[in-house]
Design a protein around this ligand. Structure first.
Ligand code: SF4
Length: 432
């Protein structure tokens, strides 16, 4: 039988989809289909972080059902953990959550066993429970063969007032350090040169097992990875001492994605973030001080309940001053069950759209000016495409293009940056 997996959301979901693909393939009874049209089993690994992601999953399942009537459609991931039985109205045949991926295989086999009434649906969502362990999952390798995600942590204990994730993912639990080493080793042996550490809140990695993020990075380097990158990290959860220790690992890429969410201290308080704007700025300065040529990217939420024009303008000012490499801006999305959903003074949709536009306009030039600052520098590029115009990423995640007749795919090569592309998106350079 053939299966196809469609993944919504974050790098953690991508990792879990790859692991699920491995679980199915290793039975010998399933192989991967090129598209959902030809699949017997379609798995939709969903996301619930915004209302938009939920709508998209519902729409996609309807389309898949129309275009492949006979397939068994499985809806798994974060959406069923929150929406529960309501997911049955999506038209999926099996609804399961984000716990116990081996169970997903058992449910698919149960679906195909014996006679079935076409209206039969399987609903099997296991709730998260305090003290649950880390589910060990390991993809074999990623098809693009350059960067590989490695999920080292699951869950979050923070309960920011807008965020549904702690309800969908449970409490913090970490992959044991020796497992981080062995899974990284397998990824390195299958040809990956760069490993990206991912999780729901990797800044909290190890709090349940007496370790921290430094131990995880070190384990990946010891396993032979030439580059290690941190996925999104809540920087306030990483102590100054740990930042100092991390700076001593040359393989760690100086690229940090750390959510700001708002430049207004009043909003940060209402969001139940654990820092104010001054503390956030201090952490960014520390990162820039300890990691040469570091790039910092961030997320911002606009239109949070009660956000005045003054609060909003504080965010605009803050993102300009900090000089991020890139800013992802999101309109606040109400999530039932969260504290902020009950806050008064919800901001109208049109106003949220206006604020998104202003942040987008404000931050438009940031990337190009960071790229201009790279001219004359020598960086190491891990190439993701072959010859001709070959592209890859530098340590600080700047995309770099070079002209070459060689096949440089999956090679880590020094490049001198000499310019910036006309659209301001890519640094141009020459191979040394
Ligand atoms: S730190 Fe806050 S925003 Fe991030 S997953 Fe946890 S609750 Fe959500």
């Amino acid at each position: 039988m053939k299966f196809f997996i469609y993944t919504f959301g974050c790098k953690t979901n991508t990792y879990e989809s790859e692991a699920l693909s491995r679980i199915l393939s290793e039975t010998g009874r399933f192989s991967e289909a090129e598209s959902y049209i030809e699949a017997d089993v379609i798995i939709v690994n969903s996301c619930i972080v915004t209302e938009e992601s939920e709508k998209k999953a519902r729409k996609l399942i309807r389309r898949m059902r129309r275009e492949n009537e006979k397939a068994c459609i499985v809806l798994c991931g974060c959406m069923p953990q929150i929406k529960k039985e309501k997911c049955l109205d999506t038209g999926a045949d099996i609804v399961c959550g984000n716990t116990d991926r081996t169970k997903t295989l058992a449910l698919i086999e149960e679906y195909f066993a014996g006679e079935k009434d076409p209206s039969d649906r399987i609903f099997d969502v296991l709730p998260h429970s305090p003290g649950e362990g880390f589910e060990l999952l390991a993809p074999k390798h990623y098809r693009n063969l350059t960067r590989a995600n490695l999920k080292i942590e699951d869950g979050c204990d923070c309960f920011c007032s807008y965020c549904v994730i702690p309800f969908a993912r449970g409490r913090v639990r970490s992959m044991p350090v020796d497992k981080v080493f062995s899974v990284a080793k397998d990824l390195v042996l299958s040809g990956h040169r760069e490993i990206v550490l991912t999780g729901i809140n990797i800044g909290a990695y190890g709090k349940d097992i007496g370790a921290d993020i430094y131990d995880a990075v070190k384990a990946v380097v010891d396993a032979g990875a030439e580059r290690v990158r941190l996925g999104s990290v809540e920087i306030d959860l990483v102590s100054d001492e740990t930042i100092e220790e991390l700076a001593g690992i040359p393989e760690l890429c100086p690229h940090f994605h750390t959510s700001l969410q708002s430049g207004s201290d009043r909003m940060l308080k209402k969001m139940l973030r654990r820092y104010d704007s001054a503390e956030y700025r201090r952490k960014i300065e520390l990162l820039r001080d300890k990691f040469a040529n570091a790039s910092v990217t961030t997320d911002v939420i606009v239109g949070f309940p009660g956000e005045t024009e003054e609060d909003f303008l504080e965010t605009v000012k803050f993102v300009k001053e900090v000089g991020f490499f890139r800013v992802h801006v999101f309109p606040y999305s109400r999530r039932p069950g969260t504290a902020a959903d009950k806050y008064p003074d919800q901001i109208p949709v049109e106003e949220k759209k206006r604020r998104v536009k202003i942040i987008e306009e404000t931050t438009k030039g940031l990337k190009a000016s960071f790229l201009l600052s790279q001219i004359g520098k020598t960086v190491n590029v891990l190439f993701e495409s072959e010859g001709g115009i070959a592209k890859g990423h530098a340590e600080n995640y700047v995309e770099v293009a070079v002209r070459t007749d060689e096949n440089v795919k999956n090679r880590l090569l020094p490049v001198k940056i000499s310019g910036v592309s006309g659209d301001g998106e890519t640094a141009l350079g020459v191979l040394l």
